[in-house]
Design a protein around this ligand. Structure first.
Ligand code: BGC
Ligand code: BGC
Length: 656
């Protein structure tokens, strides 16, 4: 009925546009033409096969509408009304892109719905798809459930856990109106100096592959109990990234010179690409991934966004990927920094289907127009890109259900999700040293000193990609700190005293002498970072960390160090001063998972998914180049290392 009405409106508009005399208005409604000129709308009918719906929609679309589908705009840049005006296909939140002043599930839902309404006001009513980086839970959402970063989940190495985390994350993004997660990152990361090390599960392909695959399944599989609309096959949309070899770049190879490793160059041969970097993509494609993000990095000096062989021949044709390739953030522009036109032509022809613009979408749209009209980008390429994007939108059921069920809002930080995050923290911990079985800690230890800002700071526990692109320190997010966990574990006779900088001289006994704690727990935390900003030549402990360790040593009989970090840190020289050492990675909001294991309620089961370097000079060291090394050339702790209670650290050779 609505359609008949709009047809009438269109008809009367056409009449007036054709020069019908003004005096004749208002005219009586015209009678309908004897046979409707519009064919039936197959694309609108959920009972038609998806491929038929896609073809039906495609023939109705103008070039403008097709280019619009290929455009993804950052939400702070999009001018109100432009989603309708340009028939934009997708909007995203970059790191920190929450709704200003209302960072709640409701605030998000309203924001996304606002964009969705603009999309549904277009001629063909094609819904947008909204994307975020929920890389360890919905990090942009205040008070989301934040899981350990992937480096910790790699240490946990539990595909079934990954699947549950994927599902929980899908629920929390859908609760905010968001269907699309730019995750998992399935880099096989070779150099821990990289600022994205923590976003990767590990340095070995065989570890990365099943974890990424399981996470995709978790995000995408429609849970039992959720009734899909006809044709819907996806719960939310995953994006394995960054294709291909983002973890294989060489130090100092970034073409812009902005970073050292990030966005740099991979220099290996095709055999190695196929053996190490490709298999996780094959696995996630086979598991039903419908979108993949291209990498900022290069292979043999050519930007991935322009690598037709890898994007089209290998991924789409050989692996049979039927979904769409989204560019990374303004990455197309880097193909040829001096010539935007050729950058766009090269990348779209190479196989990029949707451009994460993210700012100047009008220029992108105009450039695309020009390229198609000059024949530099063939119409078949445009149609192929649009088909792929529409396929994912149909698979999500967006045409029938452009906004998710708001009832999912009750899942955000639900007890079930918090329990899951806490379980993940427990499984991610790696015990590196445990002299004289210091761990598990006796719950009745009389006096425990705790030090380090990281002991009581949820922002430091969360690391990068949380609230902000670079992460944010402080206790803005709801969560339980490691200190909270320790305090809630000890018996009534135990005393826990916290001083961030390990100054305990003021703590005196009855005789006025400085007290020596039975146990000192020092949390050494890296400040959060993301991407190339976190590239570091020197990953050893800071002077402040070493000072705190010295102070703690002087104030406690035994010292336990907990590392809260996005990568292994070089601490060979400090190791003799440390009785027990635990890598907790960036555990997220549920710090009680740490104390669960420290006090022996649960076992240590985590194993290193990255080789632990002995010094900065030997970097990069990783599974593929360190297995045969021995003594001082070898890693301090090898890939796969991790103690259980009762086991002791092997002898570390003295080195010159
Ligand atoms: C990152 C991607 C991310 C995108 C959107 C880029 O800078 O490389 O991993 O998905 O930004 O935030
Ligand atoms: C955005 C991130 C993005 C980065 C790329 C930041 O401003 O928030 O999402 O990945 O820029 O440089």
């Amino acid at each position: 009925m609505k359609r008949v009405f709009s047809f009438i409106l269109l008809f009367s508009f056409l009449l007036s546009a054709c020069g019908a005399p003004a005096a004749a208005l208002p005219t009586p409604l015209p009678t309908l033409p004897p046979t409707p000129t519009l064919p039936p709308q197959i694309y609108d009918d959920p009972n038609q096969p998806v491929e038929a719906r896609i073809e039906d929609l495609l023939v109705r679309m103008t070039l403008d509408e097709k280019i619009g589908q290929m455009t993804q705009v950052e939400k702070n840049s999009v001018v109100s009304g432009d989603v309708t005006r340009y028939a934009i296909g997708s909007v995203l939140s970059g790191g920190g892109g929450s709704p200003a002043g209302n960072n709640t599930p409701e605030g998000w839902y309203e924001m996304v719905n606002g964009f969705q309404k603009e999309a549904l006001a277009t001629r063909l009513k094609i819904p947008i798809i909204y994307g975020v980086d929920a890389v360890h839970g919905h990090g942009n959402l205040l008070n989301a459930t934040i899981f350990p970063h992937n480096i910790g989940l790699g240490a946990a190495n539990d595909p079934e856990l990954m699947e549950r985390i994927g599902r929980a994350t899908a629920e929390e993004i859908l609760a905010t109106g968001v269907h699309w997660n730019f995750a998992p990152m399935i880099a096989v990361a070779q150099d821990v100096r990289w600022g994205r090390t923590y976003e990767a599960y590990g340095e070995k392909m065989e570890l990365v592959r099943p974890l990424g695959e399981a996470y995709v399944r978790g995000l995408q599989t429609i849970p039992s109990g959720v009734i899909p609309v006809a044709g819907q096959t996806l719960f939310s949309l995953a994006t394995p990234k960054h294709y291909l070899g983002d973890g294989a770049t060489l130090w100092g190879s970034s073409r812009t010179g902005e970073y050292e490793l990030d966005q740099g160059n991979m220099q290996v041969n095709e055999e190695t690409v196929r053996a190490i970097y490709l298999p996780p993509y094959k696995a996630t494609v086979d598991a039903g991934a419908m979108s993949i993000m291209a990498s900022f990095s290069s292979w043999k000096g050519t930007k991935m966004h322009g690598q037709k062989y890898l994007l089209t021949d290998l991924l789409k044709e050989e692996l049979g990927f039927k979904g769409f390739i989204v560019s990374d953030w303004q990455a197309i522009d880097q193909i040829n920094p001096d010539d935007y036109y050729s950058s766009v032509v090269i990348s779209i022809n190479a196989g990029v289907d949707m451009n994460m613009v993210p700012y100047d979408y009008v220029t992108f749209i105009e450039t695309m127009h020009k390229a198609v009209s000059l024949g530099d980008i063939p119409m078949e390429r445009i149609d192929d890109a649009v088909r792929r994007i529409l396929r994912a939108k149909f698979a999500l059921g967006l045409f029938e259900n452009p906004m998710p069920d708001p009832a999912l809002q009750s899942t955000v930080r639900s007890q079930e999700h918090l329990n899951l995050a806490r379980e993940a923290v427990r499984k991610s911990l790696v015990l590196l040293k445990n002299e004289d079985n210091l761990l598990p800690i006796d719950k009745n230890t009389p006096l425990i000193f705790v030090a380090g800002v990281g002991a009581d700071d949820i922002g430091l526990q969360n690391g990068g990609w949380t609230l902000e692109w670079q992460g944010r320190t402080g206790n803005e997010m709801a969560g339980r700190s490691i200190l909270y966990g320790i305090k809630s574990m000890v018996g009534p006779q135990s005393q826990v005293i916290y001083n961030p900088s390990a100054n305990f001289e003021e703590i005196k006994d009855e005789q006025g002498q400085p007290q020596v704690a039975d146990l000192g727990i020092l949390v050494i935390a890296e400040n959060p970072y993301a991407e190339g900003v976190g590239d570091r030549a020197d990953i050893s402990l800071s002077a402040a960390d070493r000072k705190a360790l010295g102070l703690m040593r002087a104030s406690a009989k035994k010292v336990l160090v907990i590392l809260v970090s996005g990568r292994p840190l070089v601490l060979t020289d400090e190791l003799p001063q440390i009785d027990a050492l635990v890598a907790a990675w960036w555990p997220g909001t549920e710090g009680e998972g740490v104390s669960d294991v420290l006090f022996g309620d649960y076992p240590f089961t985590g194993k290193l998914s990255f080789s632990w370097p002995r010094n900065n000079e030997q970097l990069p060291i990783n599974f593929y180049n360190s297995v045969d090394k021995t003594g001082c050339d070898a890693a301090l702790f090898p890939f796969g290392y991790g103690l259980a209670f009762g086991e002791s650290m092997p002898e570390i050779p003295e080195c010159p």
